[in-house]
Design a protein around this ligand. Sequence first.
Ligand SMILES: *Cc1c(COP(=O)(O)O)cnc(C)c1O
Length: 396
Amino acid sequence: MGTLALFGGKPVRDSFLPYGHHWLDEDDMQQVVQTLKSPVITQGSVVEQFEEAVADYTGARYAVAFSSGTAALHGACHAAGLENGDELLTSANTFAASANCALYVGAQPVFADIDPRTYNIDPGGIENRLSERTRAIVPVDFSGQPADLDPIMKLAEKHELVVIEDAAHALGALYRGRKVGTLADMTMFSFHPVKLVTTGEGGMIVTDHREWYEKLKSFRTHGVSKEPSRMGRYEGPWYYEMNDLGYNYRMTDFQAALGVSQIKKIDRFLYLRNQWAQLYQQAFSGIDGIIPPYQPDDIRSGWHLYVIRLELEKLKTGRKEIFEALRAENIGVHVHYLPVYWHPYYEKLGYRRGLCPQAEAYYQTAITLPLFPKMTKSDVETVVEAVKKVVRFFRK
Ligand SMILES: *Cc1c(COP(=O)(O)O)cnc(C)c1O
C-alpha cells in the first residue's frame, strides 16, 4: 500500500470517478432530435407516451409527468389537499425537497427518525409524531431501498392520511414482491441525471386514483381546463378557463422523448447497478472500520446510492478526513444526507438539533461511494482499493 494521495502519494485512480452519472446512447439522442424536428416540441403527444410507459412499467393506473421531481411532490401535496396549518411527516434522512413540498402549500414538515439498519423512516417512530393536523406521510426510499410501506400504509389508513412515496431513488425497486409505484397512494419519481433514468430534469407522480390524477394534470398546467365537461360555461371554440391556481410545471416533449428511450433500458441499468453493488458488498463485508449497507431479504433495491458507514470508534480520524482522503484518490465520494432540519433555512424556522438522533448519528458516519451502471468492473475495483487503502491507514 502506497502513501495516501492526501499526503502526496500516487492516487489509486488517474481520473475522477463521480458518485453518479447518466447513461445516454446514440439512440437516446436520436429520439430527442427526432422530436425536436417534429412540429411540436412541447404539449405534444410524447409526454403522454412517456407517462404510459412509466405507468406500464410500474403497474400504476395513472401517471403525470412534471418538470422535476420537486414539482411533482408539490403537485402531490396539492392533490392530497394539504393546506395552511396541516402537517406532513417525512424522513429526516432525505433531500430537502421531500419536506419543502409541505412548505410550498403552507403546511409544516414534521421529521421522523430512521431505522439505524436501513436508514429509511422507522415506522415505529411515526405514530407518536402524528397530530390532529397531520394529513400526509412522505416515506423516502433511501438509496433505492423501499421504505417499510406495509406498516406505514396501515398507520395511514388508521389515521386517514395520504401516503406520498418519494421514490426518486427507487424506480424499478421491489417491496415484498410488489413494484414501487403500486404501494402508496401516490408515488414520485425523479429523472435528474444521477437518478435511475433521466430526462435531464423531470419527475412523475403515479397513482391509481382518478381524482388525484385529474388534480395533478390541472395543477401542472396553470389550473386550466379545456375539457367541456369540466368547464362552468362555454363561450366559444377559443374558450378555456382557469378554475384552480396551478403552475407551469410541464415537461417538454423532447425531454419525454429521452424518457421513452431511457425507460426501455431500466432493467439493464438496474441489473448493472445491482452487479456493482454486490461486488462492493463482497469486498466490504468483514472489513473492520466500515459497515456496508444492510439489505433485507424481502426487497430489491434500485441501488441509486451505495452508502457505507464508518465505525468511528475503530478509526483514528473522523469522516471528514476519510472523505478528503478518498477524494484525493480520485474517488468521487459524496454524503447523503444532512438531516433536513439541520439546513439553515429549517433552523431559522425553529427546528432544533436532537429531533432525530438516529438520522443525526447516521449523518456523521455516512459516505456515498460511486455507483452507476456505466462504471466498469475495474472502476469498482479502484473504489474498493482506495477504501481499503484509506481505512487501513486510519484504523487504530
Ligand atoms: C432527486 C430527489 C428529489 C427531487 O427530484 P428533482 O427531480 O431533482 O426535483 C426528491 N427527493 C429525493 C429523495 C431525491 O433524491
